[in-house]
Design a binder for this molecule. Structure first.
Ligand code: 0RA
Length: 655
């Protein structure tokens, strides 16, 4: 090769470098996604990914990130160090090539097993191109080497600046993101820290330290001996796990596979899948392989050990994933990423690798840990039952004919007017009160549905049980708007649903159960303001032919005072002593239940729209309501009482 050829080749390569860097700076989004905060943080990830690659091949176990005061960042690792030898043909160091040529990183490392990400893995040269300046320091072969760049171009050739121990190797990259490129140039500690924590979970051998030299001086060190087992436990922190975490690890067809999972008391599925440390949000073949193996292995195990007693139940894939938290991490040499955000793995060979490995190892695990197997299957069976019940609920709701006025419950005394806006239904506790209400009502617009005793607590019953309950079925039919997900408030046959229960502890419990049912399965009725609480009086005060009703103790005292002031009750004794007795012509009786009132009294006090008080049930916020109702139906009495007083506005009632 003549001297001129070499020179031409060199200049040709330099032109390519310039073109490359120019391309990156012209269309940065093509390389790093965007130029907002996301793209900015991508720069750190890109450099760290190279360090992680060194860790994955077993050369690095320490990574340090420093965010400096000027928002430049240093990433240091103790890997092999970027090669620094001169290329006789290139006339520049390998270091310079890695730092300035797109996708050059892997070129020097063909022999070793190296996996690179899809989104990442564009190379440190991209970081270099998008930095106002970048400095790299390499320790390798007993020497310390240095090179500096501006907007991707080297200022001088790489040079040895000192000596170090032969076994002291590593790479240190410091860069300042270019303000000409990025809209945001301020790093967020938490954003970097979150990704570093994830990487530390996914690579159990490494320690990652992050330190912020700006105000606050935050720092964090991540090292998880348990790797993804600890990751799963971290994800389930707020849930109650049902067993010890299951861990499966191995390699199939040159694909390293790692899976950790556990079931908790929750009902949601939380599976996180990774390929080469990249979160595959859209899943892909590795996830499919895992799900297939899980379903098949658990099913086989259940049948082999006779864990499914009810032969009517068939477990579906979903049943095996209810309450499951899992992390799947695979390493794929040449990953194909598909999907909208390029986070779906397409490699078909990965599916069978994960499927066979997880299948075998999980079967082994279950044989060795029968108590865990039993717990898992119990959970899955409960999920299957709930799913079956939900299906029944939907079927029932779809069979509207069976639930509307064509098939109204026998004990409903319906009204004659059919315009829902003008109609109201009283849901009444007990047959005797129901009887009084039926006689006392205005049958043109008032319907009465008497319920027997306490209805089911829908909070603690499976949906199939709920729908088998006669009282609940009667309510669904009478209201006529369906149930659960098919509930349509527009179809409600009444404009007001009025709950009328006794003013005692039992009555308040029944009212709560009714409200819970309405909240869970006919929520829109409450939000539409169609649910009311009737307010029957607590006392009847009689003086001669005159009758007075008191809705609470205060009112009772006031009425008595009034009677006294009128001069009819002279020197009335304290109200308390008057109770249940006839004093100077005044008699006070306390209603123990609605049934004690005759139809006329019930009409006058509780049902006549002209004279009654009904309290609208409101919920402070629908979002809060879920939790509120859990509180309400839980075992703690105090919070329930507080809720009722605060939210449902029936403070006047004796609860
Ligand atoms: C090219 C080849 C080799 C390592 C690297 C690049 C490398 C790049 C970075 C970036 C940050 N830290 C890094 N560590 C290593 C392989 C070197 C060899 O074969 O010895």
């Amino acid at each position: 090769m003549s001297k001129t050829t070499v020179k031409n080749e060199y200049s040709a390569k330099s032109i390519n470098v310039l073109k490359g860097l120019e391309a990156v700076r012209k269309r940065p989004a093509m390389y790093i996604g965007d130029v907002s905060a996301r793209g900015l943080h991508h720069l750190v990830n890109e450099v760290v990914d190279n360090s992680i690659d060194e860790a994955m091949v077993g050369y690095a176990d320490n990574i340090e990130i420093l965010i400096h005061k000027d928002n430049s960042v240093t990433v240091t690792d103790n890997g092999r160090g970027i090669p620094v030898d001169m290329h006789p043909e290139e006339k520049r160091s390998a270091l310079e090539v890695v730092m300035t040529v797109l996708h050059a990183g892997g070129k020097f490392d063909k022999d070793s097993y190296k996996v690179s990400g899809g989104l990442h893995g564009v190379g440190v040269s991209v970081v270099n191109a998008l930095s106002e300046w970048l400095k790299v320091e390499v320790r390798r072969n007993g020497g310390i080497y240095f090179q500096e760049y501006q907007r991707g171009l080297p200022i001088k050739p790489a040079k040895e600046i000192g000596k170090c121990k032969k076994n002291e190797t590593g790479t240190k990259v410091t860069f300042l993101p270019d303000k000409e490129i990025f809209k945001v140039t301020e790093f967020r500690f938490d954003t970097i820290a979150e990704r570093m924590r994830e990487l530390a979970y996914l690579n159990k051998n490494i320690t990652i330290k992050i330190k912020d030299e700006r105000n606050g001086g935050e720092e964090a060190t991540y090292h998880f001996k348990g790797g993804i087992v600890e990751f799963v436990q971290y994800l389930d922190e707020a849930r109650q796990p049902l067993h010890k975490t299951v861990y499966v690890e191995g390699e199939r067809d040159n694909t390293p596979v790692e899976v950790a999972f556990q079931y908790s008391d929750s009902y949601t599925e939380n599976i996180f899948s990774y390929v080469n440390n990249i979160n595959t949000h859209e899943g892909g073949t590795h996830l499919v392989g895992f799900k297939t193996a899980l379903t098949r292995t658990l099913n086989n195990y259940a049948y082999k050990n006779n864990l499914i007693k009810d032969s009517k139940i068939t477990l579906t894939g979903d049943d095996f994933r209810e309450g499951l938290t899992a992390v799947i991490s695979v390493k794929v040499a040449e990953p194909q990423f598909e999907g909208q955000t390029k986070t779906k793995l397409g490699n078909s060979e990965t599916k069978s690798a994960v499927e066979t490995l997880v299948g075998e190892k999980l079967a082994e695990f279950l044989e060795e840990n029968p108590s865990v197997g039993k717990k898992i299957l119990e959970k899955c069976l409960r999920a299957a039952e709930a799913r079956e019940a939900a299906r029944k609920a939907r079927d029932l709701a779809r069979r509207k004919n069976a639930l509307d006025n064509m098939n109204l419950p026998g004990k409903l005394a319906d009204c004659s007017i059919t315009d829902p806006e003008l109609c109201e239904i009283y849901i009444v506790e007990g047959d005797s009160a129901g009887g009084s209400a039926k006689q006392g009502r205005d049958r043109r617009f008032q319907a009465i549905l008497p319920l027997k005793g306490k209805i089911l607590n829908v909070e603690k019953a499976k949906i199939n049980k709920i729908l088998e309950n006669d009282e609940i079925r009667a309510m669904i039919s009478a209201i006529g708007a369906g149930f659960g997900i098919d509930f349509d408030p527009a179809k409600a046959r009444y404009g007001k649903i009025i709950l009328m229960t006794d003013a005692d502890v039992d009555g308040s419990h029944i009212r709560t159960l009714l409200l819970t049912f309405l909240y869970r399965h006919m929520k829109d009725l409450i939000t539409a303001g169609k649910v009311y609480i009737a307010q029957p009086p607590l006392y009847k005060i009689k003086k001669g032919k005159e009758e007075f009703y008191a809705f609470d103790d205060n009112e009772r005292k006031e009425i008595l005072k009034r009677l006294k002031v009128n001069g009819k009750v002279e020197q009335a004794e304290p109200a308390e002593t008057l109770e249940d007795g006839s004093v100077k012509g005044v008699s006070i009786s306390r209603y123990k239940g609605l049934g004690e009132m005759n139809p006329e009294q019930l009409w006058t006090t509780t049902m006549n729209p002209e004279t009654r008080t009904v309290l609208q049930v409101t919920l402070e916020s629908a979002a809060n309501a879920d939790k509120i109702f859990e509180t309400l139906m839980g075992d703690a009495v105090e919070p329930r009482r507080e809720f009722i007083e605060k939210n449902a506005k029936y403070a006047n009632l004796d609860i």
